[in-house]
Design a protein around this ligand. Structure first.
Ligand code: HEM
Length: 442
C-alpha cells in the first residue's frame, strides 16, 4: 500500500491568490499543452479558487476512471452546476446515478436508434436544400450557426417530439443559457450568468408544459422519442421520475444532444474540405455501396467513413476534458493528489500522445484501419466519449447522427472553403472555427 501522504505534490504553478490561472485557462487554448510541456503529464495549478491537477495520457485516464465513485467523484464549475440543475444525471452520484443511467439508456438502445434514422434523414434533406439555396443566393454560407440549428432540431424532435425547435422561443432560450454555462457565476441582470439563469427558469417552464401535456395525452407520438420512454420508465424501486427531475434530465439531454455534435460536424466539414484526397476516397466508398439505404446495418459497412469520424473526434474532441473532485487523497505517477482538490482529465492532450499515435498532429484516418488500429496500442488512449461509469450516455446517438449526416453530405453535396477567414479553433465551450466556417455549398 502506497503512503500517499509521503509523495510530493505534482509540479506546477498556482498563480495569483484566488483566481490562480483561471483566466489563462479560459482565454488561452494552449494553456494545458504549454504547462504539460514544462511539467510533464501531471501538473498542478489553481482554477476557480481550487487547487487543480491536470492529468493526461492513457495511464492517467485509466487510473481516474478506475477510482471513480470511491476516491474521485464528478464536479463541474459552479456556473455549470447552477445551470444544469441539481437533479441532472451529470451531477448525480452513487446508486442514484447508476439507476438513472440504466433508465435513461433505454432511449439510446439499438431499437430506439433504428427508429430515429428516418427523422435524421428527413431533417438532413430539408437543411441541405436550404443551405444550397442560401449559398447560391448569397455566394456563401456561414455553416456553424446553421449546423447548430440542424443538431438542435434533431435533438428536440427525437428527444422531446418538437418540430423545427430552432425557430421557436426554445431555440433562443437555449442560446442564452449556453452562453452563460462557462462564466463567472455572478447573477446580475447583465452578466452572461444572470441572463442564462433567467433563461433556465423560462426553459423549465416550457419543459414543464411539454411534459405535462405529454402526460395528459392519450396518444403516443408518431415518432418515438426519449421523453415518451422517460415518462413510462420506472426506477429500480418501481417509481417513475418526478416532473421536477424530468425537467432537469430533459434539459441535460437537449444540451448534451446538440452542443457537442455541432462541434463534431463542423470539424468533419472543415477537415474534409482541407483533405480532398480523403474526401474523394470517402465519396468512392459511398458510391460503391451495393445497398444505398441508411440502416444500422448498412451504416456499419461504411468502414472508411467510420475511420474518418473516429479521426475527427481524435483530432478535435468536442469535449476537451472533464473535472473531477478528489474525495480521498490518492497517489498517481509518484505524486500525491490531496482530498479536496480538483482533477481535470484531458481528452485532447491524451489524443496527442506520440507514444500511441504516429504524427499525432496529422489528420490520418488510416491510423484507425484494422491493421494499424493505433488506438489499441494502449487502453484508454482514445476517449472522445469519456469512459468508466460516466461514459457518454448519448455515444451511439452521436455516432449515428454523425454518420448519417456525413454519408448524405458526401453523396449529395460539395463544399469549398472561402478565402480570407480565420479557421483557428476557439473554445465556445466546444471547439469551433473562429469565423464560423464560411463555405460555398452546392
Ligand atoms: C460527438 C458528440 C458527443 C461527445 C464527443 C460527447 C462527449 C461526452 C463526454 C466526454 C462525456 C463524459 C464527461 C465526464 O467524464 O464527466 C459525456 C457525458 C454525457 N453525454 Fe455526451 N457526448 C456527445 C454527444 C452526446 C449526445 C448526443 C447525448 C444525448 C443525446 C449525450 C449525453 C451525455 C450525457 C447525459 C452525459 C453524462 C453521463 C453521466 O454523467 O453519466 N452526449 N459526453
Amino acid at each position: 500500500m502506497v503512503d500517499s501522504l509521503r509523495s510530493p505534490l505534482p509540479p506546477g504553478e498556482f498563480g495569483l491568490p484566488f483566481i490562480g490561472k483561471t483566466l489563462n485557462f479560459f482565454t488561452d487554448p494552449d494553456f494545458a499543452s504549454k504547462q504539460h510541456a514544462k511539467y510533464g503529464p501531471l501538473f498542478k495549478t489553481r482554477l476557480l479558487n481550487k487547487p487543480t491537477v491536470f492529468m493526461k495520457g492513457p495511464e492517467a485516464i485509466r487510473f481516474l476512471f478506475g477510482q471513480e465513485g470511491d476516491r474521485i467523484t464528478v464536479t463541474w464549475p459552479p456556473s455549470v452546476e447552477a445551470l444544469l440543475g441539481p437533479l441532472s444525471l451529470a451531477l448525480q452520484t452513487g446508486g442514484v446515478h447508476a439507476g438513472r443511467r440504466r433508465l435513461m439508456a433505454q432511449a439510446f438502445q439499438p431499437r430506439a436508434l433504428e427508429g430515429y434514422i428516418d427523422t435524421m434523414v428527413s431533417i438532413s434533406d430539408r437543411y441541405f436544400q436550404q443551405w444550397a439555396q442560401t449559398s447560391a443566393q448569397n455566394g456563401s454560407l456561414t455553416w456553424y450557426p446553421q449546423l447548430r440549428r440542424y443538431t438542435f432540431d434533431i435533438a428536440c424532435k427525437l428527444l422531446v417530439g418538437l418540430d423545427n425547435a430552432s425557430e421557436t422561443e426554445l431555440g433562443d432560450l437555449f442560446e442564452v443559457w449556453g452562453a452563460g454555462l462557462f462564466s463567472l457565476p455572478v447573477n446580475l441582470p447583465l452578466t452572461a450568468f444572470g441572463k442564462a439563469k433567467r433563461s433556465r427558469d423560462r426553459l423549465l417552464v416550457a419543459l414543464e408544459k411539454l411534459i405535462r401535456d405529454r402526460k395528459q395525452s392519450t396518444r403516443s407520438p408518431a415518432t418515438p422519442d426519449a421523453l415518451e420512454l422517460l415518462l413510462t420508465a420506472k426506477d429500480d424501486d418501481g417509481n417513475s421520475l418526478t416532473v421536477e427531475e424530468l425537467k432537469d434530465q430533459v434539459l441535460l439531454l437537449l444540451f448534451a444532444g446538440h452542443e457537442t455534435l455541432t462541434s463534431a460536424l463542423t470539424s468533419f466539414c472543415l477537415l474534409m474540405a482541407q483533405n480532398p484526397e480523403i474526401r474523394a476516397k470517402a465519396e468512392a466508398e459511398q458510391s460503391d455501396l451495393e445497398d444505398k439505404r441508411l440502416t444500422l446495418e448498412t451504416l456499419k459497412q461504411m468502414t472508411y467513413l467510420e475511420q474518418i469520424l473516429q479521426e475527427t473526434l481524435r483530432m478535435v474532441p468536442p469535449v476537451g476534458g472533464a473535472f473531477r473532485q478528489v474525495l480521498k487523497t490518492c497517489e498517481f505517477g509518484g505524486y500525491q493528489i490531496p482530498a479536496g482538490w480538483m482533477v481535470l482529465y484531458q481528452i485532447k492532450q491524451t489524443h496527442r500522445d506520440s507514444d500511441v499515435y504516429t504524427q499525432p498532429k496529422k489528420f490520418d484516418p488510416e491510423r484507425f484501419n484494422l491493421e494499424q488500429s493505433e488506438q489499441k496500442r494502449k487502453p484508454f488512449s482514445y476517449v472522445p466519449f469519456g469512459g468508466g461509469i460516466r461514459e457518454c450516455l448519448g455515444k451511439e446517438f452521436a455516432r449515428l447522427e454523425m454518420k448519417i449526416f456525413a454519408a448524405k453530405l458526401l453523396r449529395d453535396h460539395r463544399w469549398e472553403l472561402l478565402p480570407d477567414q480565420n479557421l483557428d479553433f476557439t473554445i465556445a465551450p466546444t471547439p469551433i472555427p473562429k469565423d464560423g466556417l464560411k463555405v460555398k455549398f452546392f
